[in-house]
Design a protein around this ligand. Structure first.
Ligand code: HEM
Length: 406
């Protein structure tokens, strides 16, 4: 028995329980309840038919042909442009660089144009993004929440005027040219904003939802990929001491590097938990009973290290790991079921080492970006050691200085 004021909290820590919970249609999203200022009515917060209708449309953007175009043509110049000045300098700070790079990639997929392409413009977009992340995770904010909410709302309005409205205008023009037959369909922008604008009547999307959905894609794509990128590089630098032949292989074999990324994401999921509200009575096959109104915490950190799924070495980073049938190399770090990450293949590629490379596999933007940094000969700066963020319970790096070959 539970009520909304003092809900019973059910924590699921085994791989099987967690997997089953993700697939339950009677559990609805609970992770962003306090983050409405950015997250109200965005895809990950929708349920049932509303979720299905929006997801079906947005899925189109993440079909294999679009993802291949992103990975092979649209992303490489962004990765190269972000890295070039740092390589020329001979050094970089990976935490800042990772956010800059992944935000620029996420801006592309969400449809936020950066017409000037200058570092100052990237920096302004980045400060908006950091505030949106704070807005989405207000539940964990220890200061004055109302003041922070107001600050985030003001940032949304400023972002709307500065970035979103000009991006909308450009897309309206492109859509009008397409409808007149002056622009082929394949030349329409391939981004979430264009999908929303072309379908807003069917989906009944008011302006404020278009704004939040676009911001949500910006933050869903950028922050997660940026942390996975820095953490994987750290793992590979460590490997140079503990398993030098693996570290060397990771530099040259992108399939193997993908496995290093997948293991990193398994052991360090971007969010340590997923959360749901039960809307109906549920009994899991392992016997756990969940009543309507209960809050379900899916402990990803524990489920992804469950020996029943990953064996006795579940706690270790092992890119050679043999996986049991049906177990994903990244564990449950991309979720499953209705809210399964829409950007999973874009971020981490298609299954690596699953068979011969047929040439049409996706490697994922995190492995591709890590590879670019390794190819430039990056190694930790011996004179300026990396530091973890002391305020972060999630083991984020505060700074990670590297030097490049030369
Ligand atoms: C390493 C990178 C990433 C990780 C670890 C990650 C993780 C996740 C997880 C765990 C969820 C499910 C949340 C839940 O069930 O409550 C999710 C959903 C989502 N992710 Fe990702 N993500 C990553 C990259 C991306 C990228 C690159 C994009 C966009 C291009 C993206 C867009 C989304 C969206 C839109 C959803 C909501 C899907 C829905 O509700 O139907 N993610 N992600």
């Amino acid at each position: 028995m539970s009520d909304r004021d003092a809900p019973t909290v059910i924590t699921l820590s085994t791989y099987e329980d967690a997997r089953e919970a993700f697939r339950q249609k009677h559990l609805r999203q609970a992770l962003y309840d306090a983050g409405d200022v950015v997250m109200a009515d965005v895809l990950v917060n929708l349920h049932g038919d509303d979720h299905r209708a929006r997801r079906r449309l947005e899925n189109r953007l993440f079909r294999r042909d679009s993802q291949t175009l992103y990975e092979r043509e649209l992303f490489p110049p962004i990765v190269a442009d972000t890295l070039a000045p740092h390589i020329a300098d001979g050094r970089a700070e990976l935490v800042g660089l990772s956010h800059q790079m992944m935000m620029n990639l996420a801006a592309f997929t969400s449809g936020v144009d950066r017409p000037l392409g200058t570092p100052e413009e990237t920096f302004r977009l980045y400060s908006y993004l950091m505030l949106f992340i704070e807005g989405a995770t207000l539940a964990h904010y220890s200061g004055d929440r109302e003041a922070k909410r107001a600050e985030v709302a003001a940032a949304l309005a400023a972002f709307d005027a500065e970035f979103l409205q000009p991006s909308i205008l450009r897309r309206h023009e492109a859509i009008a040219r397409f409808e007149r037959g002056d622009l082929p369909a394949e030349d329409l922008p391939r981004d979430v904003l264009t999908v929303l604008l072309r379908n807003r009547d069917d989906l009944e999307l008011p302006d404020d939802v278009v704004l939040r959905e676009t911001c949500f894609y910006l933050l869903a794509g950028a922050h997660t990929s940026a942390t996975a990128f820095v953490r994987t590089l750290d793992v590979i630098f460590e490997m140079a001491g503990s398993a030098p032949s693996d570290a060397e292989r990771a530099r040259h074999d992108i399939g193997f590097l993908q496995r290093c990324v997948h293991e990193t994401i398994r052991l360090q999921p971007s969010s340590p938990v997923a959360m749901r509200w039960a809307v109906e009575e549920i009994e899991l096959s392992g016997g756990r009973r969940i009543a309507p109104g209960d809050k379900v915490v899916i402990d990803l950190m524990a489920a992804n290290r469950d020996p029943a799924a990953f064996g006795g070495t579940a706690q270790l980073h092992d890119p050679h790991r043999t996986l049991a049938p049906g177990v994903a190399p990244w564990g449950l770090s991309f979720g499953l079921g209705m809210h399964a990450c829409i950007g999973q293949e874009l971020a981490a590629g298609t299954d690596a080492l699953g068979g011969p490379d047929t040439g049409d596999q996706l490697h994922g933007l995190v492995p591709v970006a890590v590879q670019a940094v390794l190819a430039a000969g990056a190694r930790p700066d011996p004179g300026d050691p990396a530091e973890r963020d002391p305020a972060s319970e999630r083991g984020y790096w505060a700074r990670y200085p590297v030097v490049f070959r030369g």
